[in-house]
Design a protein around this ligand. Structure first.
Ligand code: ZN
Length: 327
């Protein structure tokens, strides 16, 4: 409830979605799991670099931490910093808002081409990773800037692996697709639908799949579950654009495609600032009466677990590479 209340406050304060996609991230536990898995694969040099940057440049104690820091190590704690920092966009970061850096809206039916064409002037997740990586690799950059770049990367590599962070159907990446999630019926409150497709992929289905494990325990589970795939993912190297297309494919095939109700492509080029735009897409989706079945959640969870594991392995690969080239 607390998150909803905060989100609604932001939504109302900004008058819509345009600068407030606050629900657009893996939830706390998804991001924390990714960093715990990454830590299992860091070289000693990378571990040292991360530790040094994060301890020399701690998170501003005045920053309100949505996920809390209790029981987390510094890297897992830092993995959700970018969401808290984004929430300052109306005040502290107003000349340099970072809200758009968490996702890339690749529309339904997009040809698998350059992802930059879907990156608006305000930025997107693939561009943000590339830019922040350049700062992290620059050993002449000030420590606080490199620490900030590291915290962005810890978060954005995770975000990029959430399928609905790389797909959009005039519906804010599924935020305007209300659905019934087990006993919870969809409701519209002040322009926002809960539960919705985006949010259950961020949070509800992740946590259901964790079955009570904490993020470090869940990382150990994924470590064992996907061990046979790690070498292949590592061989493919750092390919940020390809990871966006992978996410997009999972969104089309599973997040939307495995629903019992068919969701057709909405017209391209429509500017959507709220769920009331695009001929009231939220209401139109509500009237499809989408119900999440146990079978859908099973299928989704197998995608979610693989994406968390891939994000962890790839995050480690990025950091190991930085530590090697920027001693
Ligand atoms: Zn995010």
């Amino acid at each position: 409830m607390k998150r909803t209340a905060k989100w609604l406050f932001v939504f109302v304060a900004l008058g819509g979605f345009a600068s407030a996609p606050a629900a657009r991230a893996w939830g706390c536990k998804g991001h924390q799991t990714i960093t715990y898995l990454a830590e299992l694969h860091l070289t000693p040099e990378a571990k040292q670099m991360v530790h040094q940057l994060l301890t020399d440049n701690p998170i501003d104690p005045a920053l309100k931490r949505w996920c809390g820091s209790g029981g987390l190590d510094e890297m897992a704690d830092s993995s959700t910093w970018a969401d808290d920092y984004r929430d300052l966009d109306r005040t502290v970061n107003k000349n340099h808002p970072t809200a758009d850096w968490h996702y890339i809206d690749i529309p339904f039916g997009a040809a698998k081409d350059q992802v930059e064409q879907f990156c608006p002037p305000g930025g997107c997740v693939t561009k943000a990773i590339t830019e922040q990586l350049a700062i992290l690799k620059n050993k002449n950059a000030p420590g606080p800037d490199r620490a900030m770049a590291l915290r962005f990367i810890l978060h954005f590599v995770g975000d990029l692996h959430q399928p609905l962070h790389a797909a959009d159907n005039d519906d804010h990446g599924g935020n305007c697709v209300p659905l019934k999630y087990f006993r919870r019926n969809p409701h519209l409150r002040k322009g926002s639908y809960t539960p919705n497709l985006h949010h259950i992929w961020d949070t509800e289905m992740v946590e259901a799949g964790m079955q009570g494990a904490d993020p470090a325990e869940f990382a150990d589970t994924l470590e064992a579950q996907f061990a046979d795939s790690f070498a292949g993912w590592q061989q493919d190297g750092v390919r940020v654009d390809a990871w966006a297309w992978e996410s997009h494919g999972h969104a089309i095939e599973t997040a939307y495609g495995a629903l019992a109700v068919n969701i057709a492509a909405e017209p391209a080029g429509v500017t959507v600032k709220s769920c009331a735009d695009d001929n009231n897409i939220g209401d139109r989706m509500l009237h499809k009466h989408i119900v999440v079945s146990a079978a859908y959640e099973d299928t989704a969870q197998s995608v979610i677990e693989e994406r968390l594991a891939q994000a962890g392995i790839r995050l480690a690969m990025i950091l190991n590479d930085v530590a090697k080239t920027t001693p």
